[in-house]
Write a protein of this length. Structure first.
Length: 149
């Protein structure tokens, strides 16, 4: 039942990605044709970047879902990278004039925390647990998945 639900989420995410790509194209089309024609202002560029980054975040979430379906494991490094991309989107589209100082401090702390978490996960060595029967835990995971297929 869970795998079926996750597959439905994957299909819905594909629809979100397609609609996001259409939105990026439409936003760019509107901004380029608005007077002055063929000239983008900084706010126009930031608007397009925000829409573009939202699509990239949706693609990262789709990748997380497909990896979970394939391997039955949640990869923390990819989840943290997706969070970093979402924070980067927020920083890119942030209007400094309308932001409160406490909001900026919180966002900076979030950037440092997510970056530190990514660094820690990246630097953590990958290890295999050897079980008493002589197989590694990865071998058992693969045999369990093959038996359930």
């Amino acid at each position: 039942m869970i795998y079926f639900s996750v597959r439905i989420l994957a299909v819905l995410m594909v629809l979100v990605i397609i609609m996001g790509v259409i939105d990026v194209g439409w936003t760019l089309y509107q901004r380029v044709l608005a007077p002055p024609t063929l000239i983008l202002t900084i706010s126009d560029i930031l608007g397009v970047f925000g829409a573009f980054m939202a699509v990239l975040i949706a693609i990262e979430i789709f990748i997380n879902i497909t990896i979970y379906l394939r391997e039955d494991v949640i990869h923390v490094k990819i989840v943290i990278a997706t969070a970093l991309m979402a924070v980067a989107r927020k920083v890119i589209i942030l209007d400094m004039e309308k932001s409160e100082p406490l909001e900026l401090i919180g966002l900076a702390l979030l950037v440092f925390a997510a970056s530190g978490a990514y660094w820690l996960v990246h630097k953590t060595p990958v290890f295999t647990l050897n079980l008493p029967n002589g197989n590694s835990s990865e071998d058992d995971d693969k045999s369990d998945r093959e038996a359930s297929s």
